[in-house]
Design a protein around this ligand. Structure first.
Ligand code: SAH
Ligand code: AVI
Length: 332
């Protein structure tokens, strides 16, 4: 590489925490999930191989999928205020993906002469590598230190620093079960110094029809994204799922306040998953839960942050009140 590309590359470092251990961890998680009773389950991080990450990008453009548009409108309007209120000089983004909405934050940080380092963290390597190159070319002097890893296990490997803004956008926190969410926020709080801040995106409770349409779009992209989990298991663990024999399901569970995505088997089958050392019996009509996506109220966000030792400083929504973005700081 020559010229600007080589200069930019010198400022990129990417650590891969999944190297080597990924397929063992995957086998254990898949075995645990597919032997659960009464409801079999798979972790949503399995959606995101390179193809799944591309499908997610397509989802963000769908007319029915409002969260990305709403969060982007908040970020575009509030980025300078967020940067000023956080006093951050470094941005650490968990589950960064293509980081398309993050550009507003980086732009505002650069404008305030407060952009030293960007640390994207994601299980999916392709988007991290792509955005590291793009951003280094856009911002001369910016260091990008990517971490390919699981944000539920690998945050201890983050580079140290002060005055860091941790961004966890998109509503991905809603994909955790409540018990994991509490633990995740408490672990994150432990990792934060007094000058660090958390910028957290949370999707908000709304009309059930709007919610269900967002997770069952008319073009069928979310159905393809959901089924991708089986494609990943077939490839990584030599499993024998017939992907076209599973229906996509998405429904809102009012009591839990979350959307649930499932895959319903159309047949009575026994599916070999040799890489996980199991054979999975499925009855026709039986479902596998692949994701929950929790919808919050502002009060619930404040309460859960408080339980984790974080004090809410600001809470913004888009004009229609569909999506929330909070800024919080370590309490005490
Ligand atoms: N932040 C982006 C992407 C959200 S999609 C946005 O708001 O549009 C969720 C992202 O989190 C994906 O890029 C996915 O690869 C990543 N992800 C999911 N589970 C993860 C895990 N356990 N550890 C790290 N990254 C994860
Ligand atoms: C990444 N996460 C916040 C998305 C969501 O809305 O829960 C994942 C997704 N699942 C289906 N569509 C999008």
């Amino acid at each position: 590489m020559t010229g600007a590309g080589a200069v930019a590359e010198a400022r990129i470092r990417i650590d891969d925490r999944l190297d080597g251990s990924a397929s063992d961890d995957l086998a254990v998680e898949v075995r645990d999930g597919l032997t659960k009773s009464p409801l079999k389950e798979l972790p949503p991080k399995l959606f995101y191989d390179a193809y799944g990450s591309d499908l997610f990008e397509q989802i963000t453009q769908l007319p029915e999928y409002y969260p990305t548009r709403c969060e982007r409108s908040i970020l575009n309007r509030r980025a300078p205020e967020i940067v000023a209120a956080s006093g951050a000089e470094e941005l650490i983004e968990l589950g960064s993906g293509s980081a398309s909405k993050t550009r507003a934050l980086l732009f505002a940080m650069a404008g305030a002469d407060a952009l030293r380092r960007y640390v994207p963290v994601d299980v999916s390597a392709a988007p991290v590598e792509r955005c590291a190159e793009e951003l280094c070319e856009t911002y001369p002097g910016l260091e990008v230190h990517g971490l390919i890893g699981d944000f539920q296990h690998d945050l201890v490997h983050l580079p140290g620093g002060e005055r860091r803004l941790f961004a966890f956008l998109g509503g991905t926190i809603g994909n955790f079960f409540p018990v994991d969410r509490v633990e995740f926020l408490a672990d994150l709080r432990e990792l934060m110094g007094p000058g660090d801040r958390l910028l957290l995106g949370t999707d908000l409770v709304k009309d059930v029809r709007v919610l269900e349409a967002a997770y069952d779009d008319s073009a069928g992209v979310t159905a393809e994204f959901n089924r991708n989990v089986l494609r990943v298991i077939n490839r990584e663990l030599g499993a024998g799922f017939r992907i076209d024999r599973f229906d996509h399901r998405a429904f809102y569970d009012e009591r839990e306040s979350w959307i649930e995505m499932r895959l319903r088997s159309l047949d009575d089958v026994v599916v070999p998953v040799p890489g996980a050392g199991i054979e999975v019996p499925l009855e026709a009509g039986e479902e596998i839960r692949t994701e929950i996506s929790t919808k919050f109220t502002a009060a619930r966000v404040e309460h859960e942050l408080g339980e984790a030792g974080l004090r809410l400083k600001r809470f913004w929504t888009d004009d229609a009140g569909m999506f929330g973005l909070s800024l919080s700081a370590p309490a005490g």
